[in-house]
Design a protein around this ligand. Structure first.
Ligand code: HEC
Length: 145
């Protein structure tokens, strides 16, 4: 980092005629800077991610209701959402959904909000018609993530 910054300062003092050289050096410097920032950012995100996301409940510890909810999820949601990561598929990954203060939209992940999103959909997400028991099972499952 320090050497990059020094390059940058000296490049700025170069006379006009060396524009070509400066241009190429500038591109390389820029790429290296982006790479080092990306690596640093990635490391920070990985650390923050590991620390901030509480672990999901292992499937071996699911209650009967949570296990039924997992089936409802597989049948109705899994084609658009990952359950074990926050990475997007078609919609946001749902890991730790109910353990965060807000959902991606900024709404709190209460059962009431989730029920509205699930039954009626939201922007690009279609609503999913579920029976009340399917919905309760699914909500129980979402709390394990
Ligand atoms: C056809 C794809 C699709 C299906 C099926 C789908 N979703 Fe989504 N979901 C999305 C998309 C896209 C978004 C992002 C919507 C937005 O906020 O713009 C989303 C957003 C969400 C959110 C975040 C809402 C918020 O307020 O940020 C939750 C929670 C969610 N879905 C749960 C589910 C559950 C549970 C199911 C199964 C019943 C499901 N989704 C089925 C595509 C889908």
């Amino acid at each position: 980092m320090r050497s990059l910054r020094r390059c940058d300062a000296s490049a700025k003092r170069l006379p006009r005629q060396s524009d070509g050289v400066r241009g190429r050096a500038g591109i390389i410097e820029g790429v290296m800077r982006i790479l080092s920032f990306a690596a640093l950012g990635g490391a920070i995100l990985a650390l923050a991610g590991c620390r901030s996301l509480p672990p999901s409940k292992p499937s071996s510890q699911w209650t009967a209701q949570e296990a039924r909810g997992a089936v409802v999820f597989q049948q109705n949601c899994a084609r658009c959402h990952y359950a074990t990561t926050t990475s997007s598929l078609h919609g946001p990954g749902l890991q730790a959904l109910t353990k965060q203060p807000t959902m991606p939209s900024g709404m709190p992940p209460t059962d009431e909000r989730l029920t509205v999103v699930i039954l009626h959909g939201r922007t690009m997400m279609p609503g999913t018609p579920l029976t009340d028991s399917q919905l309760q099972d699914l909500l129980a499952y979402l709390h394990t993530l």
